[in-house]
Design a protein around this ligand. Structure first.
Ligand SMILES: [Zn+2]
Length: 245
């Protein structure tokens, strides 16, 4: 899970949302009205499709699920579930891109709160998930640093085996691409440097690379990385800039 910046919607799309919210607010059964409106064919065509496009462009990689990081982001997820707050059904700030496993099978209508009423799930468009989670890249396993981190791991099943294996694979790809980039850099081969960067940026599980880049600057980095050459590469400003921007 990585931090994602949410852009403003284009005005034409943004203008389509308030009338739909008003229709829900004026209904007797707001939850049922919200559900029916969300599924209305015209809404799917004029709202879902452009929203999905904006959401898919927000995260690195190809249609990445904003919870698990796999390239199977097919659903517009309501961070605060539709059934619990129908009036946020068409709230752009409540929309994330998710895979069907995270959206339907795991998170569903779960929305745990702490005693103050603060959500115990991480919204990656609001805060940095790494404030609540730490990832061991070589194992692909998350550990929670806070109650919110622990709850997010549990509710979204962030350590399910398909994800941990996928992150292990992403880790191997990153290490190979670092070597390819270093070779290309030494030989002044810009196209090969670019290809190494693109390969990392377009693969699923961007959290693996982001975690490595973060760990490389941490105080205990020399104990975390077995290979000092890898650590040196992850600290190279020109490579960091290419992978982080
Ligand atoms: Zn997912």
């Amino acid at each position: 899970m990585i931090r994602i910046v949410r852009p403003e919607l284009a005005q034409e799309l943004a203008d389509r949302l308030p009338p739909l919210t008003a229709e829900i607010a004026n209904a007797t059964d707001t939850a049922n009205t919200a559900r029916l409106l969300w599924k209305r064919t015209q809404v799917r065509r004029t709202v879902h499709a452009p929203l999905r496009k904006v959401l898919a462009d927000m995260a690195p990689g190809i249609e990445c699920c904003m919870y698990c990081g796999d390239s199977q982001g097919t659903d517009i997820d309501h961070f605060e579930p539709l059934v619990l707050n129908p009036l946020r059904t068409f709230d752009w700030l409540n929309h994330l891109l998710a895979c069907s496993t995270c959206n339907s099978h795991n998170k569903g209508s779960f929305f745990p709160l702490d005693s103050d009423g603060t959500p115990l799930l991480i919204d990656p468009t609001v805060e940095d998930p790494f404030d609540h989670l730490v990832l061991t890249p070589s194992l692909g396993v998350y550990h929670g640093l806070t109650p919110k981190g622990l709850t997010t791991i549990e509710v979204c099943a962030l350590n399910r085996s398909t994800l941990t294996r996928g992150r292990q694979q992403a880790h191997r790809v990153v290490l190979m691409c670092l070597e390819k980039w270093a070779d290309a850099y030494e030989n002044d081969m810009a196209a090969d440097m670019h290809e190494a960067v693109i390969t990392v940026r377009e693969q699923p599980f961007a959290d693996v690379c982001q975690s490595l880049l973060r760990l490389a600057l941490s105080p205990g980095a020399s104990r975390v990385f077995d290979d000092p050459h890898v650590l040196d590469l992850l600290r190279r400003p020109e490579l960091r800039e290419a992978l982080l921007t």
